[in-house]
Design a protein around this ligand. Structure first.
Ligand code: F6R
Length: 264
């Protein structure tokens, strides 16, 4: 079953997920984190930063891989995912900047397919991702695998839907036209190879997609529904985001009855 944890608010969710990161760090010599961008993981990054600042956690032994990157922005553009992770994670924790890798989109266009293949190789060389943070788009995308993406896809170039560009306009001064049309994203097949998937969603705007991805059929029309195929997936949501789940009461009961030592 896809584990669903309904938390009081994003801060409580962040504490839970940061606890899972801390447990991972304690259990592996070279933990590999998969980092998403956007609004959903921010509370987790805030919590990780807090734990690092008090010395309760160190990410110094970690390596990290980004889920995706816009194509067409300069490396230093504040909305490029490399810069977002630099600001939100790297400068606020002790995660070594040189051990954070993202798809190399700053090559000649014709070299992008080779750069995508190299990115997959780098993930493999690191031993694969231990814990992958994910958000979900209102159209059902994970990473930037838009509806219709192959469930077996690998890292590649994708075109964003108009809806995703409108959703992400908030990171571009409200101008959807300034949101790049193209991205390089880990494929759904790539994402499913991470050992633990943690998908985060807050607020009522995500209620519909959370209902479809957790309780609807597995379908390329809702790429995030592919997480149902994964043996270890945790969906962490607040009550508004959980409001369209048919089995919400059961998820609450299951979580309340879960032994603490199991974690997520
Ligand atoms: C970001 C990413 C996207 C976002 C999704 C939700 O790296 O891959 O799938 O997770 O667009 O974005 P937010 O969290 O801003 O609602």
């Amino acid at each position: 079953m896809t584990e669903v944890v309904i938390v009081d608010d994003p801060t409580a969710g962040a504490e839970l997920v940061a606890g899972a990161v801390a447990a991972l760090v304690a259990s592996r010599p070279a933990p590999v984190l998969g980092l998403a961008t956007g609004g959903s993981p921010r509370p987790v990054y805030d919590r990780l930063a807090g734990l690092c600042s008090t010395g309760e956690l160190s990410l110094a032994r970690c390596q990290a891989f980004l889920l995706d990157e816009y194509v067409g922005l300069s490396r230093s553009h504040p909305a490029s995912y490399r810069q977002v992770i630099e600001r939100e994670v790297v400068v606020r924790t002790d995660l070594p900047a040189e051990r954070v890798l993202g798809p190399d989109v700053w090559v000649a266009e014709s070299d992008l397919p080779a750069a995508c293949r190299r990115y997959e190789e780098r993930i493999c060389e690191a031993g694969g991702v231990d814990l992958q943070l994910l958000g979900v788009g209102t159209d059902g995308h994970i990473g930037f695998n838009e509806p219709g993406s192959s469930l077996g896809s690998r890292t590649r170039l994708k075109t964003l839907t108009a809806r995703t560009r409108a959703d992400n306009a908030r990171f571009f001064d409200g101008d959807a036209g300034a949101v790049p049309l193209h991205v390089v994203t880990q494929g759904i097949g790539t994402i499913l190879e991470a050992r633990h998937l943690v998908l985060l969603a807050w607020g009522e705007a995500k209620a519909d997609v959370i209902g479809r991805l957790v309780e609807g059929p597995v379908t390329a029309s809702v790429p995030a529904s592919a997480v149902q195929l994964h043996p270890h997936v945790t969906v962490v949501v607040d009550s508004p985001a959980a409001s369209k789940l048919q089995r919400a009461e059961y998820y609450r009961e299951t979580w309340a009855a879960k032994p603490d030592w199991q974690g997520i």
